[in-house]
Ligand binder design. Structure first.
Ligand SMILES: NC(=O)c1ccc[n+]([C@@H]2O[C@H](COP(=O)([O-])OP(=O)(O)OC[C@H]3O[C@@H](n4cnc5c(N)ncnc54)[C@H](OP(=O)(O)O)[C@@H]3O)[C@@H](O)[C@H]2O)c1
Ligand SMILES: *[C@@H]1O[C@H](CO)[C@@H](O)[C@H](O)[C@H]1NC(C)=O
Ligand SMILES: *[C@@H]1O[C@H](CO)[C@@H](O)[C@H](O)[C@H]1NC(C)=O
Ligand SMILES: *[C@@H]1O[C@H](CO)[C@@H](O)[C@H](O)[C@H]1NC(C)=O
Length: 359
């Protein structure tokens, strides 16, 4: 263990300090040490996997292909997907349409975008597919809207197969936050918690009983690396994703014996509009595409990796993590106080940058 610690620290020493995790300008600076350390990284990850098989560091495959097994796992299933209007959710919808699922319920607030995604899915589905696609708009920040989503979804699923329920719930809809703790009103914490966590819990409570009755089902919850490691300017977001992590771990222990699988997926950066649509501490829209997000992984590739990993029964895994995010997660285990110092530095750096930007 101590030799691993040494490797991690030495490795990090070769990287410029602010690049520790998720830093916009770090990408190019990272390339050289990254190449040098690929061997070490593989060693580190291999050892890590031996120690903790639950937390796998799956890389995003460079192909969008779904495995044969994935097709089988999603075939003939009734699936409820939130956040389907764009980004990762739209890519997941496309991949699900490829799998010959029987029912795909697409949810989000933007009905026009959802209609477009439905059209794309119809085109993707094979002609022999009996896929039925329904749109149920919902505002995840509104409890009664979420209630309506689950009621409508269950009734659509029952109409389609009198004996079947929702087989797979994918909690993907979410919002990020961008503001320092001192600038964040408690109502923003509550809103982010509602959208990213409570809405998903509410949906799970509605659909799990029939999964237990039929002794099969899956909850696939899109969390974030921020659900494993909190970083500055993300108090609300990190809290909501940590809630997802703890909730799902506890839930899994209760549902496994009923053959209901609980999957937690923790992505790094994906090239979506997540930073554009992030909320600031005063409720205003952040409205900027961060360089990290712009340089993120392709959402189609991430969607394929997620579905292949779920089909191979991985419960808790990371996708699309940058090298520095992986190192940071390692440091959290091996040298937590060192990591704390790096995060403090990072906050100071971002604070100065922000001041320069606004003055
Ligand atoms: N992009 C990344 O780098 C990244 C990294 C880690 C985790 N994730 C997670 O991946 C998931 C998908 O995000 P994305 O990257 O695809 O971002 P995105 O492009 O901003 O998409 C977010 C989706 O969530 C929906 N949504 C947001 N607020 C909602 C609300 N109040 N009610 C209903 N739906 C709402 C949006 O639909 P409407 O606007 O139509 O409502 C949209 O379909 C999120 O849970 C996010 O936390 C993303
Ligand atoms: C898709 O599912 C339908 C109904 O279950 C079946 O008739 C059809 O052959 C399937 N198509 C493919 C490509 O698997
Ligand atoms: C929920 O559905 C009920 C009954 O259809 C409707 O009256 C109510 O306005 C809906 N609530 C929301 C927030 O959509
Ligand atoms: C992001 O939003 C812009 C408009 O604001 C849209 O044109 C673009 O397609 C969106 N990108 C994704 C990946 O959803």
């Amino acid at each position: 263990m101590s030799s691993l610690l040494l490797i991690a620290v030495l490795l990090l020493g070769t990287l410029p300090s602010p690049c520790l995790a998720f830093q916009p300008s770090s990408t190019s600076l990272l390339v050289a040490p990254l190449r040098q350390s690929i061997y070490l990284q593989q060693r580190l990850l291999a050892t890590h996997q031996k120690h903790n098989s639950k937390l796998s560091m799956g890389a995003v495959s460079s192909s969008n292909a779904l495995s044969e097994d994935t097709n089988l796992q999603f075939q003939d299933k009734s699936i409820l997907l939130t956040g389907a209007s764009r980004g990762l959710g739209r890519s997941l919808a496309h991949k699900l349409a490829e799998c010959n699922a029987s029912l795909l319920i697409l949810s989000g607030r933007d009905e026009v975008a959802l209609q477009q995604v439905k059209k794309e899915c119809t085109e993707i589905a094979s002609s022999s597919s009996s896929l039925k696609i329904e749109i149920v708009p919902c505002d995840l920040s509104d409890k009664s809207s979420v209630d309506n989503l689950s009621t409508k979804s269950l009734s659509i699923a029952q109409q389609l197969h009198t004996t079947k329920a929702i087989d797979i719930l994918i909690n993907n809809g979410g919002i990020s936050s961008r503001s320092s703790f001192l600038d964040t009103d408690i109502s923003i914490d509550e809103k982010v918690m509602q959208v990213n966590f409570f809405s998903g819990a509410q949906l799970a409570k509605a659909v799990v009983p029939s999964m237990v009755d039929q002794s099969s089902g899956r909850i696939i919850w899109i969390s974030s690396i921020q659900g494993k490691l909190g970083t500055p300017y993300r108090t609300s977001y990190a809290a909501s994703k940590f809630a997802v992590q703890g909730y799902c771990e506890a839930l899994r222990s209760e549902l496994t014996s009923s053959n209901v699988h609980v999957h937690i997926i923790s992505p790094g950066y994906i090239r979506t509009n997540l930073s554009q649509s992030a909320i600031m501490g005063d409720g205003k829209n952040y409205g900027q595409t961060d360089v990290t997000t712009a340089n993120g992984k392709d959402p189609d590739e991430v969607a394929a990796t997620i579905m292949n990993s779920v089909a191979s029964e991985q419960n808790d895994f990371i996708v699309a993590a940058t090298f520095s995010a992986k190192v940071a997660l390692w440091l959290k285990v091996l040298a937590p106080s060192f990591l704390d110092k790096m995060l403090v530095k990072r906050f100071e750096k971002q604070r100065i940058e922000l001041k320069e930007k606004t003055s």
